[in-house]
Design a binder for this molecule. Structure first.
Ligand code: UGA
Length: 433
C-alpha cells in the first residue's frame, strides 16, 4: 500500500518508519526543510532506540521517502495519516491549529479516493470536523476519514508499534475499515473496528486510566510511608490479581511527558464541554502535581532549610530512554530548589541538551554522575536510567560530603542499601537512617 504521513514528530516518524518496514511505500511529509533534509541523510531529530537504524534501512531499500511537498506525497497515496502536534492551550484544551491547516492542504490536493486517518490525539468529534474542512476544500466527498489512535511509548516506540497489542480503527464506511484492517494485518495484532467517536475516546480513556493507576499507587505510597508498609510489595501483591494487573503501578515522583499531562487535562476539558464534571480525573491531576514535588517536601522535612545546600540531580528526562523533557518532574524540582536557595547540578545520560533549554539557568548541567554528586549534601534520583540504577552505592556512602540520598524512582532494594552507611529516603517505603 502507499501511505503518506504528515508530520514527522514522534508519532508520525515512528508510524511511517514501521509501516515502511512491514512492506508499504511510505512518504513522510514535514514543513521543516532542515528536518526533512536530515532525515533523507539518516539524521533523526529525536532520541529513540532503534529508530535511526530503521530510517536508514528502509530508505536504502527504497520504501521510505521524505519530502516537504505535500501535494507530491498525496499523489499515489491510498492512505494519508495526519500526525501533527496537538499542543495544549492555556485552558487545557487541545490546540487544533496544525490539524486544521493540514486538513485544508489535504482538501486542496485530493483528486481521487483516499482514506484520511487521524493519528494525532484529538478531542472526540475532531474527525468529523476534519472531514468538513477537507470536503470544503476539495469540493467532493470521494474520501473517508478515520481515527487510528497511537499507543506507543517514548523510549520503546519501535517495539510498541511492531508488537502493538491492538489496532483501534474508527471509521464510518466499510471500505475504509477494510483498507485499514489490511494495512494493519502484518502487525499480527488484535484489530478492533469501531465508530469514529468511540476510537477517539478509546485513546483518551486509555491514557487517563494509566495516569489514574499511577496517581493511585502514588497515593498508596504516601500512606504506606506513614504506616510503615512497603509500596513495592503492595503493588506486587495487587498486581497478582489479573483484574488489576501489575503494570503501571510503580510509585515515584509522578508522571510527565507529552501525553499523560496534556491528555488528562484535555479530557477534563472535553467532559466539561458536555457538562460532565470529571471529578476523578481532576484528582488524578492534582495528586500528580503534588507528587512531582514530593522529594522537595522530604528534603525540607529532613534539613529544615535547603538554602545553601548542594544538590545533585540524577536523571532529568521525564523517563528513561528519551531526551524528552516535556512536563518532566525535574523542571518543577529544580525550579523549587533554586527558589529555596540551593545550588543545583543536574546529570542525564541523554537529555543534557534538551534539559539545558528548559531548566532554570542556575542549574549547572554536568556530563557525569560523579560531577553531579562529588560535593553534594543531597542527591536526588529523578529518572531510572540504567547507569543510574547501576550506580555504586558504596562510592556514594564514602563521599566526604556524606550526602543523603532521595530516590524518586525506588531504584534500589532496601536490603541492598542497608549494606552501606547511607541515609536513604525513597517513595512509599521506610527510610533508612
Ligand atoms: C504514554 C502511554 O503509555 C502510551 O500508551 C501512549 O501512546 C502515549 O502516552 C501517548 O499518548 O502518545 P509515554 O508518555 O511515552 O506513553 O510514556 P509512559 O511509559 O507511559 O510514561 C509516562 C510517565 O508515567 C513517565 O513519567 C513515567 O515515569 C510515569 N510512570 C509510568 C510512573 O510513574 N509509574 C508507572 O508505573 C509507569
Amino acid at each position: 500500500m502507499n501511505v503518506s504521513v504528515i508530520g514527522t514528530g514522534y508519532v508520525g516518524l515512528v508510524s511511517g518508519v514501521c509501516f515502511s518496514d512491514i512492506g508499504n511505500k511510505v512518504t513522510c511529509v514535514d514543513l521543516d526543510e532542515t528536518k526533512i533534509n536530515n532525515l533523507k541523510k539518516g539524521i533523526v531529530p529525536i532520541y529513540e532506540p532503534g529508530l535511526k537504524e530503521l530510517v536508514v534501512k528502509n530508505t536504502e531499500e527504497g520504501r521510505l521517502f521524505f519530502t516537504t511537498d505535500l501535494s507530491q506525497a498525496m499523489k499515489d497515496a491510498d492512505v494519508v495519516l495526519i500526525a501533527v502536534g496537538t499542543p495544549e492551550k492555556e485552558t487545557g484544551e487541545a490546540d487544533l491549529r496544525f490539524v486544521e491547516a493540514v486538513a485544508k492542504s489535504i482538501g486542496e490536493n485530493l483528486d481521487d479516493y483516499k482514506v484520511i486517518v487521524t493519528k494525532s490525539t484529538v478531542p472526540v468529534g475532531t474527525n468529523r470536523y476534519v472531514k468538513s474542512i477537507i470536503s470544503e476544500h476539495c469540493g467532493h466527498e470521494n474520501f473517508d476519514v478515520a481515527s487510528n489512535p497511537e499507543f506507543l511509548r517514548e523510549g520503546s516506540a519501535i517495539h510498541d508499534t511492531m508488537n502493538m497489542e491492538r489496532a483501534i480503527i474508527g471509521v464510518e464506511s466499510e471500505k475504509a475499515g477494510d483498507i485499514l484492517t489490511e494495512l494493519h494485518k502484518p502487525f499480527n495484532t488484535e484489530i478492533m473496528v469501531t465508530d469514529i467517536e468511540t476510537a477517539e475516546m478509546i485513546k483518551y480513556a486509555s491514557n487517563a486510566f494509566l495516569a489514574t493507576k499511577i496517581s493511585f499507587i502514588n497515593e498508596i505510597a504516601n500512606i504506606c510511608e506513614k504506616l510503615g508498609a512497603n509500596v513495592i510489595d503492595v503493588a506486587k501483591g495487587m498486581g497478582l490479581d489479573a483484574r488489576i494487573g501489575a503494570k503501571f503501578l510503580q510509585a515515584g515522583i509522578g508522571y510527565g511527558g507529552s501525553c499523560f499531562p496534556k491528555d488528562t487535562k484535555a479530557l477534563v476539558q472535553i467532559s466539561g464541554e458536555v457538562e460532565h464534571d470529571f471529578q476523578l480525573l481532576k484528582s488524578v491531576i492534582e495528586v500528580n502535581n503534588k507528587q512531582q514535588r514530593v522529594l522537595i517536601d522530604k528534603a525540607i522535612a529532613r534539613f529544615g532549610s535547603l538554602s545553601g545546600k548542594k544538590v545533585g540531580l540524577l536523571g532529568l528526562a521525564f523517563k528513561p530512554n528519551t531526551d524528552d523533557m516535556r512536563e518532566a518532574a525535574s523542571i518543577v524540582i529544580s525550579e523549587e530548589l533554586v527558589k529555596q536557595g540551593a545550588s543545583v547540578k543536574g546529570y542525564d545520560p541523554i537529555a543534557r541538551e534538551t534539559a539545558a533549554k528548559v531548566l532554570p539557568q542556575e542549574v549547572e548541567i554536568v556530563s557525569s554522575v560523579n560531577e553531579a554528586i562529588e560535593d553534594a549534601d543531597i542527591i536526588m534520583i529523578l529518572t531510572e536510567w540504567d547507569d543510574i540504577k547501576n550506580i555504586d552505592l558504596e562510592m556514594i556512602a564514602n563521599l566526604p560530603s556524606n550526602p543523603v540520598l532521595f530516590d524518586g524512582r525506588n531504584c534500589f532494594s532496601l536490603d541492598e542499601v542497608a549494606k552501606y552507611n547511607l541515609e536513604y529516603h525513597s517513595i512509599g517505603r521506610p527510610s533508612l537512617i
